[in-house]
Design a binder for this molecule. Structure first.
Ligand code: PLP
Length: 406
């Protein structure tokens, strides 16, 4: 007799819907020969956004040097490039040993939570969020506590809501800026309030800044860790977005602030970094080339740049749909429109997205997949070219028209 094999109970509250059940359905449709328009994943390269040439050059040139494991925290040259990059931005006390290279920011998010949390420890995470944060807290035995970002104020974090939710179990505050899924870029003033709040309540800060160079209009990115010296901060960034090399799986995290106070936590990080030996070494050779070279992302986000034009087009087409409003994103690769619940009541947004997929062959992600408490938002990726965006948003418009009429 074969006993059933069950997944771990640790996964009971773990959810990552960006690649969830709806994506399975999309795969099934594709296997049947249908073309599905996928505006669901922030993966630049397949949409024709190639990584800069110098990345390939350095990786290929160093392939023979990349056969063995590296130091578990990463190659000296890569970490030095990261260190100098942040020193230039005003983080003066950063040393090589404060930097860990990972297989993408994803691995480091999960490591940073595993090293910190005991069962029941709470971590404040934005709603909406990039859901890996919530999933990683849950998987580490912690309790994610979501604070609201305010759509009426360009999706800036609601500082009063954060303060209300701090308890004696709160360990840390997560800030995702520029934000996925809202595209919001936080003001210096709000960031300073968040920093001061963390200082007052002796919380540590996790700053996910993977979109820090994908900025539109007059948006300015301020690194949270540069706003003071009294809070222990972990800052995350990598090659997946601004350098369009998501498949390389290369990212880093950087420790700053009162490191002596965090000695024991850092010991935990070192144990976990040692246990996974090191991150993919060939991809580590792309880091120095990326940070030091010509920042070609600027050509994409400045006026006339492809990303900027696609953002403008997608924003215009979406907000032309009756019942749809949207805060114009000033960073990242996403729009997070609101579908007016008065005109378009959606009981279950996953079912809504599934129906959209089946009827219109268009794949988006439901707002609840980003731990948004309502069913009135979807996330739209604006990486596809203009013709595809026109086609895709046209399909959404038709679907909404029909849905309203149902
Ligand atoms: N953080 C945010 C806010 C993201 O949007 C993503 C990917 O979409 C990641 C982290 C993970 O990035 P990586 O490819 O470096 O694992």
């Amino acid at each position: 007799m074969i006993d059933n094999i069950y997944k771990s109970q640790k996964l009971a509250d773990v959810c990552y819907d960006i690649r969830g059940p709806v994506m399975e359905e999309a795969r099934r449709l594709e296997e049947e020969g249908f073309r599905v328009l996928k505006l669901n994943i922030g993966n630049p390269a397949p949409f024709g956004f190639d990584a800069p040439d110098e990345l390939f050059h350095d990786v290929i040139l160093n392939m023979r040097n990349a056969q063995g494991y590296s130091d578990s925290k990463g190659l000296f040259s890569a970490r030095k490039a990261v260190m100098q990059h942040y020193q230039k931005r005003g983080l003066l006390d950063v040393q090589i040993d404060d930097i860990y290279i990972g297989n993408g920011v994803s691995e480091l998010i999960s490591m940073s939570m595993n090293a910190l949390l005991n069962n029941g420890d709470e971590v404040l995470i934005p709603a909406p969020d990039y859901p890996l944060w919530t999933a990683s807290v849950s998987l580490s035995g912690g309790t994610p506590v979501h604070y609201m970002c305010d759509e009426q104020s360009d999706w800036q974090p609601d500082v009063a809501d954060i303060e209300k939710k701090i308890t004696d179990k709160t360990r840390a505050l997560v800030v995702i800026n520029p934000n996925n899924p809202t595209g919001s870029v936080y003001s210096r003033d709000v960031l300073q309030q968040l920093y001061n709040l963390a200082a007052r309540h002796k919380l540590m800060l996790f700053a996910d800044e993977i979109y820090d160079k994908i900025l539109y209009d007059d948006a300015e990115h301020v690194s949270l860790a540069t706003l003071g010296e009294e809070v222990f901060c972990v800052t995350f960034n990598g090659l997946s977005k601004a350098y369009r090399a998501a498949g390389f799986r290369s990212g880093w995290m950087l420790l700053s602030g009162p490191k002596l106070r965090a000695r024991d936590y850092i010991d935990g990080l070192d144990i976990l970094a040692n246990m996974r030996l090191c991150s993919n070494v060939p991809a580590q050779y792309a880091i120095q080339a990326s940070l030091g070279g010509y920042q070609s992302i600027n050509d994409l986000v400045l006026p006339g740049g492809r990303l900027r034009e696609q953002r403008d087009l997608a924003y215009r087409l979406l907000t032309d749909i009756p019942g749809v409003t949207c805060v114009k994103p000033r960073g990242a690769l996403y729009l997070f429109p609101r579908l007016d619940p008065e005109k378009l009541p959606i009981a279950n947004d996953q079912e809504f997205i599934l129906r959209l997929l089946i009827e219109k062959r268009l794949l988006l992600v439901q707002g609840s997949g980003f731990n948004w408490p309502g069913t009135d938002h979807v996330r739209v990726v604006f990486l596809p070219d203009k013709d595809t965006l026109i086609d895709a948003i046209g399909r959404l418009r038709d679907f909404i028209g029909k849905y309203q009429g149902d």
